[in-house]
Design a protein around this ligand. Sequence first.
Ligand code: URA
Ligand code: CA
Length: 433
Amino acid sequence: MRMVDIISKKRDGEALTKEEIKFVVDGYTKGDIPDYQMSSLAMAIFFQDMTDEERAHLTMAMVESGDQISLSEINGIKVDKHSTGGVGDTTTLVLAPLVAALDIPVAKMSGRGLGHTGGTIDKLESVKGFNVEISEDEFIRLVNEDHIAVIGQTGNLTPADKKIYALRDVTGTVNSIPLIASSIMSKKIAAGADAIVLDVKTGNGAFMKTVEDAKQLAKAMVQIGNQVGRQTMAIISDMNQPLGNAIGNALELREAIDTLKGEGPDDLTELVLTLGSQMVVLAEKANSLDEAREMLKGVIQNGKALEKFKTFLANQGGDASVVDDPSQLPTAQYQFDLPAQTSGVVSEMVANEIGIASMMLGAGRQTKEDKIDLAVGLVLHKKVGDTVEKGESLLTIYANQEDVEQVKEKLYENITISDKADVPKLIHEVITK
Ligand code: URA
Ligand code: CA
């Protein structure tokens, strides 16, 4: 087989075979195929697209390019959730114990945050003593005993994706549905999920700016998952404004505790129940999304979800007493309010820019080596659609620095107050097979 023939074939709009795709992925991972040929093929895919079969083959070739985590020693159907990334997205922290409280195994491999979107591990590490550097044996034991554990990224998963993604990043080929969908799905599958729930974000704070694009991506991923034998569902959710009220690590942990108690923000609660229902159905613990939702509400009301969160924290060395006394979480030295400059209705809160404001306080990393400040961040008091009086606080800034003028400026630039607002729908679509 010759790479140049494969490139030409795709350039002319023909479908590649499983063997051809395997040849490309293996050859590129090993370094036998040079960057210039791989980038040429990526561009051909960008313009010519891929069939459902090609997408599935590409996904599996990337899965097979490195280690695969086996969760076969864990009893039950392992359902994983993936979000395409948002600002102040506290869902994993709530969903994991919530679903585990229904005895569904949650074996989560998670990462640290980069840029203005936070990572679940960082948020969990605001609990004193909490440790994700556990052995795989310990990880499996905990999931079998208590149905929940989180481990940091281990092993050499999907090296092909790492290399191809880096190349796409500098060759104008990131924004291709078949390439994004196979990239995301390969990582989930290599991490051992039997079934997958996807939260595809749309809006200014998301990768996919329009609902139509997000829908296409979601459908592509659901198709791949089901084609390769992993049941997959997706939702399209709004990321025009931050999710929930808290943005920042310890602040979001606190928000997760509130939500597990049934006292969380409405949007976060709704998203968690929607995604959680899909997880419960895929785990075959309920026959319908409605039945699943009632079960989830039940474990919030009877306190089991909160209890599960305590068990989970304690199992991994964390001081679970923070759940009953969140004042023990890291706290920032200073608090500043951001008063509204006019009266009216909040009509826009640009999610990614607000995420960047939080990062300016030290809540996020610019590079992988950066240290982050777990205590700092923002808590919104107003969301899009809320009325506000001039002088009323729009949000509180939690900082470990006395001068927050630049942060305030950035926030004012990205929060609009008008005489009316279009409140964005939170869940745009639910996509099942
Ligand atoms: N996220 C991924 O993991 N892969 C892509 O290709 C794009 C976004
Ligand atoms: Ca939040």
